[in-house]
Design a protein around this ligand. Structure first.
Ligand SMILES: [Zn+2]
Length: 163
């Protein structure tokens, strides 16, 4: 398992603020967002749109498409938090992400947000600990088992596990 360079390069103070909410699985995204002064709302967004982050008042609001599956909504919230942590100066009047996490920003920036989102949802130390302690008998069942513990899709967990 590896961590992204986005995570490694995050200022220590921000990393510590995220880690406060990564002691147990699933990572408490709502508390994590609140810790940064962000509010998260489930909303009916336009078809094909998974999420957005916009300035409101003196902070930002994240809206996630309420019609998406729960694990997808979690990934979207983590993706928008990643934009807040990495790309705050690019947010402007707002970033809107479609179902493929494309926006008006570059593919490079979107890939950065996806990588950091994965490290927010699936912190290395916690995945390793839970994997080591899990009593799953069949090794093929581990990705699904871990994906349920972390509230992520099985495919996201497989990527994390390098499978
Ligand atoms: Zn995005």
């Amino acid at each position: 398992m590896t961590v992204s360079r986005e995570w490694s390069n995050l200022p220590a103070k921000l990393r510590a603020a995220v880690e406060q909410h990564q002691a147990e699985a699933p990572v408490d995204l709502a508390a994590l967002a609140r810790g940064f002064g962000l509010s998260v709302k489930a909303a009916t967004l336009a078809p094909g749109i998974s999420g957005e982050i916009r300035p409101e008042g003196n902070s930002f609001v994240i809206r996630v498409n309420r019609h998406d599956a729960a694990v997808r909504q979690r990934f979207t919230v983590a993706h928008e938090i990643a934009h807040f942590l990495l790309h705050q100066s690019e947010i402007g009047k707002g970033i809107t992400d479609d179902v493929l996490y494309r926006s008006s920003l570059s593919g490079k920036i979107e890939a950065e947000a996806n990588r950091l989102a994965a490290d927010i949802l699936m912190p290395d130390h916690l995945v390793q600990r839970i994997k080591a302690n899990s009593e799953v008998l069949n090794i093929n069942d581990i990705p699904l088992h871990l994906s349920k513990r972390f509230g992520v899709s099985e495919s996201a967990m497989k990527i994390k596990l390098g499978l």
